[in-house]
Design a protein around this ligand. Structure first.
Ligand code: ADP
Ligand code: MG
Length: 623
C-alpha cells in the first residue's frame, strides 16, 4: 500500500476527498496523489464497481461484480443502468428501455420512479446510494482503511437540475458529503491537463453505456469555459448491445416460442452475449453471438462481421454526430475551430465511433488515457482544487436547459438562458393580473419550448401578503439563482411592502427532506440488519464445520468421555442442528457457543491421542 496524503484541516478530523465517476454502467474512484490524479486500486486492479445492485427476496443487497454475476441466473432481482432513471418521472423514461427490463418500474404518488426488486421498492436515489457506498468502501480499502466522507461526483453535462439533485440525494443517503457535482466532459478535460494550454477549443465526446454527451470547451490563459453542451441521455453502448440482441432474436425467430423473448433469463443472456460480441468486434473483424439456454429450448450461434455491426450501428453513431453539430452551433463554431478532441467512455473503443468522430472534427482525437478512466481522474483533480490544493484552475460550467416561469396564458418566460454560465443570478420584475390580487402563484419551468405545458415543471410556490392594489401596480422582484452545482433557488419579493417568499425550488423529482431522513433511517436500520444477517450466515457455516467434526468422532467420545460429557455433547449437537434453521442471531450465537464448549473434552481426548501416537513413534515418519 502506497503512502497517502491526507489533508489536515484545523480542528477537524483527517479528511479524504475522492473523485467518483458514478457511471451508468461502471463507477470508479480516484484520488489526487503526488501531484497527479490516480485511479484507486484494490489488489492491483482498478477499483471499478459495476453499477449493478442485486437484491434477494429477504432484502439483502449486494453491489458490483457479485451483483453483475447474478444478472444471468437471477435477472429479476438485478438492477442495471439506474442512472437513466435518476431524477426522472415514469413518463419521461424511454419505453423501449422499460420493455427490456426484467423487473417492474412503478412510481410513487409524487411521481418518483421506483424499481421493484426482491419484493421491495427502491427509488433510483436509493439504488445509487448503495453503489456509492460500495465505491466509498472499496476506495477506503484501497487507501488502507481511510474514512471517506467527501467526494466530487461527476454527472453527464446534459443532466438537468432534478437529475443533479437526485445524485446529491443519493450521496447523502450513502453518507457522503458532495463537495461538487462536476460535468463529466469537464472532468475529462482536466484529466488531460488541457488547462495547461495557452488557449484553444476542445470538444469532449463521451459515449458510455447509457448516455452520450458532447461538450465544447474553451481554454484561455489556463481558464476553462464550457461554451455549450449537447447530448442524449438515451444513447450508449446499451443501445449497441440491443442491436445485436435484435440480431439474435431474428436468428431464433420461428424456432422458439415468441414468449421466450420475454423470459428474463433470455433477455439477460442475450444482453451479455451481445456485449461480449460487441467488445470483441472492437478488436477483431468478426465475432460470434452465442446463446444457449437448454431449459428454454434456446440454442443459437450467429457470426457477426464488423462490417455488419457497423452498418447497424451507423444510425446511432450518426445521432451522436448530430448532437456534436448542435453543440458547435450553440457555441457558434465550426468543426475546424476545434483544436482538441477528447474521447471518453468505453464505447469510444468502437472503431466506427473513432472514425466518425475523427471525420466530423477533421482531426485525430485524444486517446492516450484510458477512456473508461479519464472522468474519475478529472474528478480527483477537481477535488484537489476544491481542497485548496496546488492546481490552479478555474472551471466555468453552463446550464444545459433554459430556466424560467409560467406567465399569463400558459406561456413560458425564460429568465436564465440555456448554455448560460453558472453560477449565475437573474432578477426580473413581475406584477399582478387582477385588482386586489393578494397572492401570486409561481410555476418554475425548465426547457426550450414556448408553452409552459411543453416545458418541464420544476416546482411551484406562492407569494402571499401582497397589499390590495389595482392590477399591474405591485412590483414583485423574482430572483433565480443557479449555484455552481447547477442547483436552482428561486425567490420573490413584493417591493413596496417587502413581503417576500424566499423559496428554494426543489426539482420535482428530487426527494423531500423528510423522504431523505426516512430513507437514511431505513438504510441505517438495514445496515444493522445486513450486518447481523452476514454474521448469522457465518455462524451457521461455522456450526456446520463443528458438527461434521463432532459427529465423525462420536464413537471416540462415547468410548473415552464420562457420561455427563457425552450427554452434553449429544444435547449440544441436537441444539446446533436446529439452530442452523434459526433466524435469530442471538440464538444461533448461543448454540454455536454451547457446541464449542461441549466439544472441548472431545477435542482434549483427540489431541491427547494424536500426541500419544506421535510419541509412540507411529507417526514419527510423518513428522
Ligand atoms: P458509463 O460511463 O455509462 O458507466 P463506461 O464509460 O464504463 O460507461 O462504458 C461502458 C460501455 O462501454 C458499455 O456499454 C461497454 O459495453 C462498452 N465497452 C467497454 N469496452 C468496450 C470495447 N472494447 N468495445 C466496445 N464497447 C466497449
Ligand atoms: Mg461515463
Amino acid at each position: 500500500m502506497g503512502y497517502i496524503e491526507l489533508e489536515v484541516l484545523e480542528d477537524q478530523p483527517k479528511r479524504v476527498v475522492i473523485g467518483i465517476d458514478l457511471g451508468t454502467t461502471n463507477s470508479l474512484p480516484a484520488i489526487w496523489k503526488d501531484g497527479r490524479p490516480e485511479i484507486l486500486e484494490v489488489e492491483g486492479e482498478p477499483a471499478l464497481i459495476p453499477s449493478v445492485v442485486h437484491v434477494s427476496d429477504d432484502g439483502t443487497a449486494v453491489v458490483g461484480r457479485t451483483a453483475r454475476a447474478r444478472s444471468m441466473d437471477d435477472p429479476a432481482h438485478t438492477v442495471h443502468s439506474i442512472k437513466r432513471f435518476m431524477g426522472r418521472s415514469l413518463g419521461e423514461l424511454d419505453e423501449a428501455v422499460l420493455r427490456r427490463l426484467p423487473y417492474q418500474v412503478t412510481q410513487t404518488e409524487r411521481g418518483l420512479v421506483q424499481v421493484e426488486v426482491g419484493g421491495k421498492r427502491f427509488t433510483p436515489q436509493e439504488i445509487s446510494a448503495l453503489i456509492l457506498r460500495e465505491v466509498a468502501a472499496q476506495a477506503s480499502v484501497a487507501m488502507g482503511g481511510a474514512e471517506i466522507l467527501s467526494a466530487v461526483i461527476t454527472v453527464p453535462a446534459y443532466f438537468d437540475d432534478a437529475q443533479r439533485q437526485a445524485t446529491r440525494d443519493a450521496a447523502r443517503l450513502a453518507g457522503l458529503e458532495v463537495l461538487r457535482i462536476v460535468n463529466e466532459p469537464t472532468a475529462a478535460s482536466l484529466a488531460y491537463g488541457l488547462d495547461q494550454k495557452e488557449e484553444g477549443t476542445v470538444a469532449v465526446y463521451d459515449l458510455g453505456g447509457g448516455t452520450f454527451d458532447v461538450s465544447i470547451l474553451s481554454i484561455e490563459g489556463g481558464v476553462f469555459e464550457v461554451l455549450s453542451t449537447n447530448g442524449d441521455t438515451s444513447l450508449g453502448g446499451d443501445d449497441l448491445d440491443a442491436l445485436l440482441v435484435d440480431l439474435l432474436r431474428s436468428e431464433l425467430e420461428g424456432s422458439v416460442e415468441g414468449s421466450v423473448f420475454d423470459d428474463p433469463a433470455f433477455r439477460q443472456a442475450a444482453r451479455l452475449s451481445a456485449e461480449k460480441a460487441k467488445v470483441a468486434l472492437s478488436r477483431d473483424p468478426e465475432a460470434d453471438l452465442v446463446i444457449s439456454l437448454p431449459e428454454l429450448g434456446v440454442n443459437a450461434r450467429r457470426t457477426v462481421t464488423r462490417e455488419e455491426f457497423e452498418r447497424l450501428a451507423a444510425p446511432l453513431v450518426e445521432r451522436s454526430i448530430r448532437c456534436c453539430e448542435r453543440a458547435l452551433k450553440d457555441a457558434e463554431l465550426e468543426p475546424k475551430d476545434v483544436d482538441e478532441v477528447v474521447l471518453v467512455g468505453g464505447s469510444t473503443r468502437v472503431p466506427l465511433v473513432r472514425a466518425e468522430v475523427e471525420r466530423f472534427f477533421g482531426r485525430a482525437p485524444h486517446t492516450e488515457l484510458n477512456p473508461d478512466q479519464v472522468v474519475a481522474l478529472g474528478a480527483a483533480a477537481q477535488a484537489e482544487v476544491l481542497m485548496g490544493g496546488s492546481r490552479d484552475i478555474l472551471l466555468m460550467d453552463v446550464t444545459p436547459l433554459s430556466l424560467g416561469l409560467e406567465t399569463m396564458g400558459g406561456a413560458a418566460e425564460k429568465l436564465i438562458q440555456r448554455n448560460n454560465r453558472i453560477p449565475c443570478s437573474v432578477k426580473e420584475g413581475f406584477t399582478t393580473y387582477a385588482d386586489n390580487q393578494s397572492a401570486i402563484d409561481f410555476h418554475v419551468l425548465q426547457g426550450e419550448r414556448e408553452l409552459a405545458a411543453d416545458c418541464r415543471s420544476l416546482g411551484r410556490f406562492k407569494l402571499t401578503g401582497i397589499p390590495p392594489m389595482p392590477a399591474g401596480l405591485p412590483r414583485v422582484g423574482v430572483k433565480f439563482h443557479l449555484d455552481a452545482d447547477g442547483i436552482l433557488t428561486v425567490s420573490a419579493k413584493e417591493e413596496s411592502t417587502g413581503a417576500s417568499a424566499s423559496i428554494e425550488v426543489k426539482p420535482s423529482h428530487g426527494l423531500t427532506e423528510d423522504e431523505v431522513s426516512d430513507m437514511l433511517e431505513a438504510s441505517f436500520k438495514n445496515a444493522r440488519k445486513d450486518f447481523e444477517e452476514r454474521r448469522r450466515v457465518d455462524l451457521i457455516a461455522e456450526i456446520g464445520i463443528m458438527l461434521r467434526h463432532a459427529t465423525a468422532n462420536l464413537t471416540v467420545a462415547e468410548e473415552r468421555l464420562d457420561r455427563e460429557s457425552v450427554e452434553d455433547l449429544h444435547e449440544a449437537i441436537a441444539a446446533a442442528k436446529e439452530a442452523r434453521l434459526c433466524t435469530e442471531l442471538e440464538l444461533v450465537q448461543a448454540a454455536r457457543d454451547t457446541l464449542d464448549r461441549a466439544t472441548m473434552p472431545l477435542a482434549a481426548v483427540l489431541m491427547d491421542s494424536v500426541v500419544k501416537e506421535a510419541v509412540s513413534g507411529k507417526k514419527l515418519g510423518d513428522l
